[in-house]
Design a protein around this ligand. Structure first.
Ligand code: NAD
Ligand code: 0WE
Length: 256
C-alpha cells in the first residue's frame, strides 16, 4: 500500500514545472495522496492548470494570495467542502522585493522588511490556523526554508531574516498543534534552479560552490526534496515535529 494512501493535502507555491512545490506535490500524489492546489494569481493560473491536467480530473485549483486572510480563509472553506477533512499542507512560498536582494542588508527599508515577513513567514501561521480545524485525525504541515536563516549568505538579506522567523514559527506552531497530533516541520533545501532562484545574480556560481564544498559533491535534485516531503508527511515521521531537516547534500555541516 502507498504510504500516503487516503491522505488529503493542499499545496501552496506551484508556479511552474520547476517549482519545489511541484516536485513535492508529484511525490505526494505518487504516494497516494489526493491534492488541491492554490496559485498566486491569474498570471499563474494557466501554468498550474496545464501541470495538474495529468492528475485526477477532480483536482481543485484555487487562487490564493497568501498576504490576504480572506483568500486563505476561502481556500480552506472550499477544501472543507470538497475533502471534508485534511491531512497535509505544503507551504512553498517566499517573496521579498527584488531591490532587497540586490543591495546590502543595511539598506532594507521598512516596507520590504514587512512584505518579506508577511509573505514568507506570517503566511505559514495564518495557513496553519485555518488548516488545523480540518485536521481532525492529526496532520503534517511542511514549509521550505534555506540556510541563509542561520548563516550569512551574501544578498539573501531580508529573506534570511524572514526564514529565521519561518523556522521559529515552525517550532511555536509545533508546540501549539502537538496535542492535536499535527506536526509542523521545515525542509531546508540546498540551491535549486527555480523561478525564484533564476535572475539572482551569482546563482550559477552558488550551485558550483555547493558542488565543490558539500560532502556529497553535488547539488540536491527536486526528486530528493519530494522524497523527504513524502517521509515527513508519512506516519514514519510520526515523532518528528518542529524540525528543520537539511536536504542539501550535507553542505550545512561544513565549517570551512
Ligand atoms: P518558485 O518561484 O517556483 O516558488 C515560489 C512560489 O511563491 C511561487 O509559486 C509564487 O507564486 C509563490 N508566491 C510568492 N508570493 C506569493 C503570494 N503573495 N501569494 C501566494 N503565493 C506567492 O520557487 P521555489 O524555489 O520553488 O520556491 C519555493 C520555496 O522554496 C520558497 O519558500 C523558497 O524560499 C524555498 N527554497 C528555495 C530554494 C531554491 O534554491 N530554489 C532553496 C531553499 C528553499
Ligand atoms: O528563497 C529563495 C529565493 C526567494 C525569493 C526570490 C525572489 C526573486 C524575485 C524571494 N523573493 C524574490 N523576489 C524577486 O523579485 N531562495 C532560497 C533562492 C535564493 O535566493 C537567493 C539566494 C538563494 C539560494 C538570493 C541571494 C542569495 C542566495
Amino acid at each position: 500500500m502507498s504510504i500516503l494512501e487516503g491522505k488529503r493535502g493542499v499545496i501552496f507555491g506551484v508556479a511552474n514545472k520547476r517549482s519545489i512545490a511541484w516536485a513535492i506535490a508529484q511525490a505526494w500524489q505518487q504516494a497516494g495522496a489526493t491534492l488541491a492546489f492554490t496559485y498566486q494569481g491569474d498570471r499563474l493560473k494557466k501554468q498550474v492548470e496545464q501541470l495538474t491536467s495529468t492528475l485526477d480530473p477532480e483536482t481543485r485549483l484555487l487562487p490564493c494570495d497568501v498576504s490576504s486572510d480572506e483568500d486563505i480563509s476561502r481556500v480552506f472553506t472550499e477544501v472543507k467542502d470538497q475533502f471534508g477533512r485534511l491531512d497535509l499542507v505544503l507551504h512553498s512560498v517566499a517573496f521579498a522585493p527584488r531591490e532587497a536582494l540586490e543591495n546590502d542588508f543595511l539598506s532594507t527599508d521598512r516596507e520590504s522588511f514587512r512584505i518579506a515577513h508577511d509573505i514568507s513567514a506570517y503566511s505559514l501561521v495564518a495557513i496553519a490556523r485555518e488548516a488545523a480545524p480540518l485536521m481532525a485525525e492529526g496532520g503534517s504541515i511542511l514549509s521550505m526554508t534555506y540556510y541563509g536563516s542561520e548563516k550569512v549568505v551574501p544578498r539573501y538579506n531580508v529573506m534570511g531574516v524572514a526564514k529565521a522567523a519561518l523556522e521559529a514559527s515552525t517550532r511555536y506552531l509545533a508546540y501549539d498543534l502537538g496535542p492535536k497530533k499535527i506536526r509542523v516541520n521545515c525542509i531546508s533545501a540546498g540551491p535549486v534552479n527555480t523561478l525564484a532562484a533564476r535572475g539572482i545574480s551569482g546563482f550559477t556560481s552558488m550551485l558550483r560552490h555547493y558542488e565543490d564544498h558539500a560532502p556529497l559533491r553535488r547539488n540536491v535534485v527536486p526528486d530528493e526534496l519530494g522524497a523527504t516531503g513524502v517521509f515527513l508527511a508519512s506516519d514514519g515521521a510520526a515523532a518528528i515535529t518542529g524540525q528543520v531537516v537539511y536536504v542539501d547534500c550535507g553542505y550545512q555541516i561544513m565549517g570551512m
